[in-house]
Design a protein around this ligand. Structure first.
Ligand SMILES: [Zn+2]
Ligand SMILES: [Zn+2]
Ligand SMILES: [Zn+2]
Length: 224
């Protein structure tokens, strides 16, 4: 059976096979064949075997127990498009913020009787944007109200302190205040994620997001 297999990399550089919208990882490399398994693992038994030198399935089972995620492939990199993914961050003034889709929202108030919280677009004050988000007590999105009257990522945090330092390897080092960050991306165009240089030595979870080389947001506090 001939199928279309596309080889891509994930954000951390690992090779994945993309078949019918699903991603597979290389589970076993044998002398003449490769066994690829669905990255979902667990109950999903989807897998296939490829000869080392041909894009032809020797054996395959492509019945997944789940739907595939929306994604885009940008320069061979597989990027999940999870628009409802929600993240929490602090602005440079220490205010709580929510990142949802490509927009950031600032905390407005809490509704005690319904134990929900209300957030409005961070561009409310300088652009008059009326988009709002309501979260329940478990910080799940209940409602997104209104449309944004502007493009995403016009709200920059820590912008003044952001500096990109070229390294001999061709990669860049991001410096924000006293902290440095590194990224797998050589190119700083589009949206890129940067991880604290002490993420291994100090188990620091802090990361930063850049949009076309400009700092957009810092996620999570440094542990050092
Ligand atoms: Zn699967
Ligand atoms: Zn807005
Ligand atoms: Zn850190």
């Amino acid at each position: 059976m001939y199928v279309s297999v596309q080889f891509v990399r994930n954000r951390s550089g690992k090779v994945l096979a993309l078949v019918q919208g699903y991603t597979f990882y290389l589970e076993k490399q044998c002398n003449y064949t490769q066994l690829w398994r669905c990255t979902k693992g667990g109950r999903c038994k989807a897998r296939f075997t490829l000869p080392n030198d041909q894009l032809m399935f020797v054996k395959s089972c492509l019945n997944h127990q789940h739907k595939f995620q929306k994604y885009i492939v940008e320069d061979g990199v597989y990027i999940k498009q999870n628009k409802t993914q929600i993240m929490f961050a602090k602005s440079r003034y220490g205010k709580d913020m929510v990142l949802l889709g490509d927009y950031t929202y600032s905390f407005v108030n809490k509704c005690i009787s319904k134990s929900t919280t209300n957030w409005r677009c961070s561009s409310h004050n300088h652009k008059g944007c009326l988009a709002k988000v309501v979260l329940d007590s478990k910080k799940k999105v209940i409602a997104v109200k209104g449309k944004h009257n502007h493009k995403p990522f016009d709200y920059k945090i820590h912008k003044d302190y952001c500096q990109l330092i070229p390294l001999p390897s061709g990669r860049k080092l991001l410096k924000i205040g006293c902290h440095t960050y590194s990224s797998n991306n050589k190119d700083t165009g589009g949206l890129t994620t940067w991880y604290c240089s002490k993420r291994i030595s100090k188990k620091c979870p802090a990361s930063a997001k850049l949009y076309n080389g400009e700092l957009t947001v810092v996620l999570k506090d440094h542990t050092h």
